[in-house]
Design a protein around this ligand. Sequence first.
Ligand code: HEM
Ligand code: FES
Length: 787
Amino acid sequence: MPEPSRPSATRACPVAHDHEPQADAPACPFDERATAFDPYTDAYMANPSELVRWSREEQPVFYSPRLGYWVLTRYESIKAVFRDPHTYSPSIALESTEPPTEEALAILKSYGYALNRTLVNEDEPMHMARRRALMAPFTPEHLRQHEPMVRRLVSEAIDGFIDAGEADLFRRLTWHVPFSVALHFLGIDDDEDHEKMHEFAIAHTKNAFGRATPEERIEVAHTVGKFWQLSGEILEKMRRTPEGPGWMRYSIRQQKHHPEVVTDSYLHSMMMAIIVAAHESTSFAAANAIRLLLEHRSVWDEICEDPSLISPAIEECLRHDGPIASWRRRTTRDVVIEGVPIPAGARLLLVVHSANHDARQFSDPDLFDIRRSNVIDQLSFGFGVHQCLGKNIARMEMQIMIGELTRRLPHMQLVPQEFDYVHNLAFRGPQNLHVRWNPAHNPERRDPDVRHWAQAVHLGGPMASAMVRKLRVLAADTLATDPDIVRLRLVAADGSALPRWTPGAHIDIECGDTGLSRQYSLCGDLDNVHEWEVAVQHDAASRGGSAWIHRYATAGAPLRVRGPRNHFHLDEDGRQRLILIAGGIGITPVMAMAQRARATGRDYVLHYSAASRTRAAYADALQALHGERLQLHLSDAGRRCDFAALLAQPRADTHIYACGPQRLLDALQQAVARAGWPADALHVEHFENNAPKLDPAHERAFEVELRTAGLTLHVPADRTVLEVLHAHNVDVQSDCEEGLCGTCEVAVAEGDIEHRDSVLSPAERAKGDRMMSCCSRARTGRLVLDL
Ligand code: HEM
Ligand code: FES
């Protein structure tokens, strides 16, 4: 590809230090650790995020003199770069990391090599015009047709070694299947020599992303040249049968309609680049995932037992140990990132693996947690207009490979081994994955049906509803004072630690096979990672969820639980005062907030309203902990909380948090509005949604524009925004799909939203900058989403 002018790597600090240092000035981005940074090592390939931990924690942008690149390691700044393709051009995504030698250039020329812009390295506006013209075959609707082919390839591959008792899964499965799937998807006959293609792929990776000795460069140049020629031959063959199958023929047909967008140069370059892109990352992703799962045996056993966990497990594998170490961009103007000034024309190395381990985005990031509620935010597929088009084919392949292995070889073990890597900046994964097992214990020897059963493939990001934790009720105590309330202490069924939670977080408890699930706020000790606690009030008016829990959630009983998830966050934004208000069982999230307020030394008062002292759950414990900061308002003693008096004086340094019955919340909202509190002072937790549901007969259709993805989508009267997003490959997670849980929230840049959820407060609604995509719609005109 013609390369943007490339200054030789700066060997000294490229930041001007001509001023006196300021107290808040960023640390010099060029220090010993930056100088020592070397991604072409086994240590980097094995765990890039670990190698740049120092940077992520202390100096999130540094200059690597060895590479001549600015290196970014934090989630937010990397995502911001992906979000803005104009300031951060992708043009260097496939550029050789080291300028080719004269000799290598001459060799490449002799093969007519001219790799140029494809999609991944094309600038706007050409890129989006091309992506729009070519993206239809990647939508879930079109991908379904490939599922039988993927299943067949995976079954045949496993048939080939299942009786052997050992295999190198990289060679026999995770390289071989994605390669054949890629050829099939692209429309190329699978009569290619797989070994030769593997050699081509490695040469391409070394050429674009690697560092080679002068001798290797000669060899790589010859191999890449041959690969370029082969790509041209395949393209010419396809041009003779343009009506045939596959995405590349689709592109050839689209060239007729958009000749200026789908050019000859594009087609030849893409043919070569996609043969690698469509399989190498998937091969490594699958190999990394299988290795990670086998290294966490209890997780492997869990997914063997419950295949619905496979999709969330794969997403967590992509986050924790994804196949992309880093990706590249080039600045088109002077910028400042994390306080570090970077000049126009600078090359940026985005360490995606490090972003995926950033504790600011993923709590306890090194923990492998297949129920991580925000795992969908992982960046292994990139983000924004260039986000991987093939992500759902990759997810399908990984689900089928891992699904078949868990069913047919649940007893396989990882063999202790050294892992080989091709040292390069982008693709990371082992070249070997040896496993063994005792074939006499293969499940299909006892039950031949095992071979034919198949777990459904979920096309898209994992459903939050699949992220079920198996818990056990450690104790279920009915409160002596109020038999309508049962206090449940819950532990992991396998005794493992539970994720930490924050005040205001809730969990969803599945009520057996009733199809019901109910949300309850966590209220126990915030520091206890072995036990969670909830209090469940029997609600005679409910559809049966709380009745089920009172009846069946007894000591020792298993429980299926989702979460924790938090949409009732306690702000730690510097406002020191807290007024915490609870009515009845609404005390549960509020008492966790009081616990945190006490621990962090905030000035707080806890107002707790109940019918009587005996109906005030936890009152004694709260009194003991909070003393005079607890104010009990007992109706039977005539001491109702007077909100008008309590909130008469609005204060800018105060947050008010409340949970309780609707009439209490309504009264509170009125008092707050009447006294003129700032709009964002009151935060309320709801557990039911009375807003209207989708009624196609009365809805209007509208459009949503996706600002980051550069797409405009039609939302018909009978579909939700969420459904339309999923149909177009946009990853937005969902759970309740009725406006209750907040999982499907999307940021809104413009538009008149008709909110139909019960998650957002009136102040949050008034801001108009986010909505729940499973239920809310446009009131008028179109909505512009920050997606
Ligand atoms: C782009 C990762 C599988 C086709 C990308 C990008 C990444 C990526 C990081 C660049 C994103 C950016 O610049 O923002 C992955 C991973 C995969 C995978 C981790 C497997 C787990 C696939 C497959 C295909 C594919 C199977 C095709 C069948 C593409 C295409 C682009 C792309 C066409 C360019 C999109 C554009 O620039 O508009 N991928 N990929 N990928 N990927 Fe993938
Ligand atoms: Fe629960 Fe939308 S999925 S609010």
